[in-house]
Write a protein that binds this ligand. Structure first.
Ligand code: GDP
Ligand code: MN
Ligand code: MN
Ligand code: MN
Length: 250
């Protein structure tokens, strides 16, 4: 398997045809996985926003006050309002905003980004990253898989890593359940989140700063003869960690 970044992409602007720009800068094959940073998907989809578009309500002002009281950070209440509007639910309000986006991804600040965003205060995540991945896939000349990625923190571990937000042309996971280990023991729980692992590999070559390489191509990855699953985001009823955090916060 090989992973390489696509060079030559310009600053992406609202309305840009990202698939055409990728095709103009890389020879994509049917068996490739094209991993695209959500930052540029959002830029092309016009998800730039200014703080002025989010006049703070009471809850956003309370959250900003709480964060200021618990940390050194002066959170703009309008930023808290933007996070609220992009979220299905808040898991934590303070010391930071841990939010579940409307498409099911749980991340700090609902993934709203202030880096690599010229001409606007904020960049919101794509509203429906799997729909974005499907559109990109349809727009590319070849028939590759597409993964829309973001850099995201993880609980229990320092550091951030690439994760998948949306995907098309590939199942989210390899379901190993029912297969056997080397001793013949049947695997009972292992569902390997392949799109996250592809996103992690892609993030290694796209980088986080001024590199200008938001697209990575994974070549010669084989999903293999496994059952597939498209479940990636846990649902609230069976997510015990989320339930425990919610009880602790309020
Ligand atoms: P995120 O992980 O989706 O939040 O994206 P990042 O902000 O970490 O950026 C990932 C990569 O894309 C970095 O190499 C950035 O320099 C690059 N990047 C961000 N925006 C643009 C853009 O509009 N055009 C190009 N060519 N690169 C960009
Ligand atoms: Mn960013
Ligand atoms: Mn991001
Ligand atoms: Mn990143």
């Amino acid at each position: 398997m090989e992973v390489f970044a696509v060079d030559g992409l310009p600053e992406i602007r609202p309305g840009d045809d990202l698939a055409a720009l990728i095709d103009a800068n890389a020879a994509i094959g049917d068996d490739d996985v094209v991993c695209v940073a959500s930052t540029v998907v959002s830029k092309a989809e016009g998800r730039q926003a200014d703080l002025a578009a989010f006049p703070a309500g009471d809850r956003a002002r309370d959250i900003a006050e709480r964060i200021a009281a618990e940390t050194d950070e002066q959170k703009d209440p309008r930023f808290a309002q933007a996070v609220l509007e992009e979220s299905e639910e808040l898991v934590l309000e303070a010391p930071f905003l841990l939010a579940v986006t409307r498409f099911g991804h749980t991340t700090v600040n609902a993934g709203i980004d202030r880096s690599n965003v010229p001409d606007a205060d904020l960049l919101l995540l794509p509203a429906d990253p799997t729909a974005s991945a499907e559109r990109l896939r349809a727009g590319l000349d070849a028939d590759p898989a597409v993964v829309v990625t973001d850099t995201s923190g993880r609980p229990f571990r320092h550091g951030q890593r690439g994760v998948a937000l949306g995907w098309a042309g590939i199942p989210a996971s390899r379901d190993w359940r029912g297969e056997h280990d080397r001793d013949g023991r049947e695997l009972g729980v292992t569902v390997q989140s392949v799109v996250d692992e592809l996103a992690g590999a892609a993030n290694l070559v796209t980088g986080e700063g001024a590199g200008g390489t938001p697209v990575a191509v994974v070549r010669d990855f084989a999903f293999g003869e496994h059952a597939g699953s498209d479940e990636l985001f846990r649902d609230p009823e069976t997510d015990f960690v989320r339930q425990a955090l919610r009880e602790w916060d309020y």
